[in-house]
Ligand binder design. Sequence first.
Ligand code: UD1
Length: 315
Amino acid sequence: MAKYLVTGVAGFIGRSIATALIARGDSVRGVDNFSTGKRANLIGLEAMEFIEGDLANVAVCHEACGGVEVIFHQAALPSVPRSVTDPIASNVACVDATVNLLWAAKEAGVRRVVYAASSSAYGDTPTLPKHEEMLPNPISPYAVAKLAGEYYMQSFYKVYGLETVALRYFNVFGPYQDPTSQYSGVLAIFCRKMLAGEVPTIYGDGETSRDFTFIQNTVEGNLLAASVPASLVAGKVMNVATGVRITLNEVVEVLRGITGYAGPVKYEPERAGDIKHSLADISLAGELLGYAPSVGFRDGLERTVAWYRKIEIGG
Ligand code: UD1
């Protein structure tokens, strides 16, 4: 019987959490509908029990939750612009699926759910860094959907006593992140393009900034959130990031150094729903989880580029 359930396990964050759990000898079940996750991401996870299914289907949620103690809920339909194009699909994948999962978790007697919340909840407020006491101000449908998931987490803790912990991720990047979709994260896109000698496009003037977080930090935050006492974290929401912000222009400069790309950069208008600056205050996660980022931006980016190079060569 699996102790841990990872939803969205064929996505890059889910896969990375499952890998860490298996590496320390834990029994893991994963679920994914391959809407954005990749079958190739399951290679190396053969020790895991896998269910192919959609969490928008309640029966899949019941099957996935049976016998499980802790859930890492990573399944979602990421991307701000995707949600602007299709807010209904975002809502089904992020909100309906989350309620279904929480209900099934409660029915199955699951102890804790660690939820992949999003920094997008803060919206475009000028205050930096963003801290958890700030009033949420979601702009895009994606941000609203992820925030609704957070509120459901807190509701299930308050109403049913299910221990929930919401981790607000800030622009996670690293190996296994899909670089091929128009909805991919900017670092994945830039790594792929610049390695291939293609021109990267910056939306806006390039002074847009993000608290880019290397995947290992995110995984460590999740493992801590699953293990610290409920008295500290149940029902809580906290940022998991690095506390450093990098502009898109800086990203391109660092990537020029790592990839050797010497070509031009194209500038286009900002995308609808985009926010200008994002930077996390990570002191709450430090206090409650003992979290501290162990890999910085540059080191993480070097490891990421090395991985994209390898898969390019390996086909
Ligand atoms: C948002 C969330 C993030 C969440 C992600 C899910 C914020 C601050 N962050 O990321 O927590 O995980 O959604 O998808 O809301 N860009 C380019 N060129 C490109 C692609 C993107 O310049 O080729 C720009 C975008 O316009 C944006 C920035 O890069 O200004 C980051 O975009 P992206 O990587 O898509 O992430 P966010 O929308 O910031």
